[in-house]
Ligand binder design. Structure first.
Ligand code: PMP
Length: 459
């Protein structure tokens, strides 16, 4: 048996933790998660937590301890652990077929192993299309303020959260930022006199302004999250997506939807884009695809995008000259297939909608009680609470105050999340993404803990 103090010491000596490094320097008191079952995890002190963020970063959508996924992975590994995607595999074919049956209009699946990498593949497809079809000109990729697409240098170059991007320059050229569509903060854009419907159109038109400024013949793709996740759970205003799609059509711009967070059930439909009638050309996904039971991500395209690489077989540069080694791990699609079966068999989309409604109601009630809550947003089991010191000026609470709230919930045995945004130190959104198996009691426990934490921190 591994002695826990040994595990903790090895962590202290050798682990470079993600995102929480200052805490590591200050206290060097790591939390080691030993076990998970359903909605709950246990740490090295035996403390139980209700996980309201599905593994910290909206990933374990079907919950912990799923024997049937472990078994599907085991059986597949014993049969064939790996072969490069230059060839095919049984789970690779079966999962692609099942996935595509949920995504009318799309048809090609490119396997990778992280969300960042899936987005990189998409960006490279766009660049190559620009070279082959438009003499290299239509190469720019638009991304949105507050959106996030990954931690590699190119995805950071398409990163709308400055605090995560600022210190890694020089960034890759050809990535152009468009304004956010966040109605709650439309005063920052001088658009707070508009109705919701008017703002939906106006915020989409801000994208068109950027296209015209850059020159439409230089813009190849627009990459957006359907609902912005880490940037603060930003749901689009009404009419936004219709207008965005009109603009893409008008200027012959590919629409790349980043479903890394929304994908595979999180918002209550299979994909977030399906909430808004979006017809994407490229969709990327990761986290919830196999709920963390295996590392798997995908870049999915229409047949039209795939066909753009058909060209001249005698030209050695005519095809997408790219491989992802671990895109050939069969554990990924084997786990993903079982993950999808579970969501169907247990009607987890239905549960997501029902529990999402309950949670939204609970959070709205908290807003009645706590002046510090400025806005409640979300879709399905993907929700956020924006905290402001003043509901008129909408000044954000400090990041330290947010950390007090998340810390207090943690002390109560509930793990919740927080946002990132473009102004360092100004992250002020609490984020919730419990697994799709959440019960009414789980939801109430989460919102009760937030209620208590808000009272404690803000009175
Ligand atoms: N896109 C979005 C919307 C994300 O939230 C993330 C991860 N937080 C990524 C892409 C990157 O995924 P990964 O960490 O698997 O590279």
């Amino acid at each position: 048996e591994n002695d826990i103090s040994h595990i903790v010491d090895a962590d202290k000596a050798h682990i470079w933790h993600h995102l929480i490094q200052h805490k590591q320097f200050e206290t060097n008191d790591p939390r080691i998660i030993l076990e998970g079952k359903g909605m709950r995890v246990w740490d090295q002190n035996g403390k139980e937590y209700l996980d309201a963020v599905s593994g910290g970063v909206w990933t374990v959508n079907v919950g912990y301890g799923r024997e049937s996924i472990a078994k599907a992975v085991y059986d597949q590994l014993m049969k064939l652990c790996y072969f490069a995607q230059t060839a095919g595999s049984i789970p690779g074919s079966l999962y692609a077929e099942k996935l595509i049956s949920k995504m009318p209009g799309l048809s090609r699946v490119y396997y990778t192993n992280s969300g960042s990498e899936a987005n990189e593949k998409a960006f490279k497809m766009v660049r190559q299309i620009a070279h082959r079809r438009f003499g290299g000109k239509k190469h720019k990729i638009l991304y949105r303020d507050r959106d996030y697409h990954g931690g590699t240098l190119a995805t950071m170059s398409a990163g709308g959260q400055d605090e995560r991007v600022m210190q890694y320059g020089p960034l890759a050229p050809g990535f152009i930022r468009v304004p956010h569509c966040m109605e709650y903060r439309n005063h920052e854009q001088g658009l707070d006199h508009l109705s919701s419907e008017e703002y939906g159109i106006a915020s989409a038109n801000l994208i068109e302004e950027v296209i015209l400024r850059e020159g439409a013949d230089t813009v190849g793709a627009l990459c957006l999250e359907p609902v912005t996740a880490g940037g603060g759970v930003i749901t689009p205003p009404p009419g936004y997506w219709d207008r965005v799609q009109e603009i893409c059509k008008k200027y012959d711009i590919l629409l790349h939807i980043d479903e890394v967070v929304c994908g595979v059930g999180r918002t209550g439909t299979w994909f977030g884009y399906q909430q808004y009638g979006i017809k994407p050309d490229i969709v990327t996904m990761a986290k919830g695809v196999a709920s963390g039971y295996a590392a798997i991500a995908l870049c999915v395209t229409t047949e039209a995008v795939f066909d753009m690489f058909k060209d001249d077989p005698s030209d050695p540069l005519s095809y997408f000259r790219d491989i992802s080694t671990f895109g050939g791990c069969t554990a990924g699609p084997a786990a993903a297939l079982e993950n999808m079966r579970i969501i169907e068999d247990e009607d987890l989309l239905g549960n997501c909608n029902a529990m999402g409604d309950r949670m939204m109601g609970n959070l709205q009630a908290l807003k009645e009680k706590h002046r510090i809550i400025g806005d409640v947003r979300g879709k399905g089991l993907f929700l956020g609470l924006e905290l402001v010191t003043d509901r008129n000026t909408k000044d954000p609470v400090t990041e330290a105050q947010i950390a007090q709230v998340t810390g207090d919930c943690g002390a109560q045995g509930v793990i919740i999340g927080a946002s990132n945004r473009s102004i360092p130190g100004k992250n002020n959104v609490l984020c919730f993404s419990p697994a799709l198996i959440a019960t009414a009691d789980d939801i109430d426990q989460i919102t009760d803990s937030v209620d208590k934490a808000l009272t404690k921190v803000f009175g």
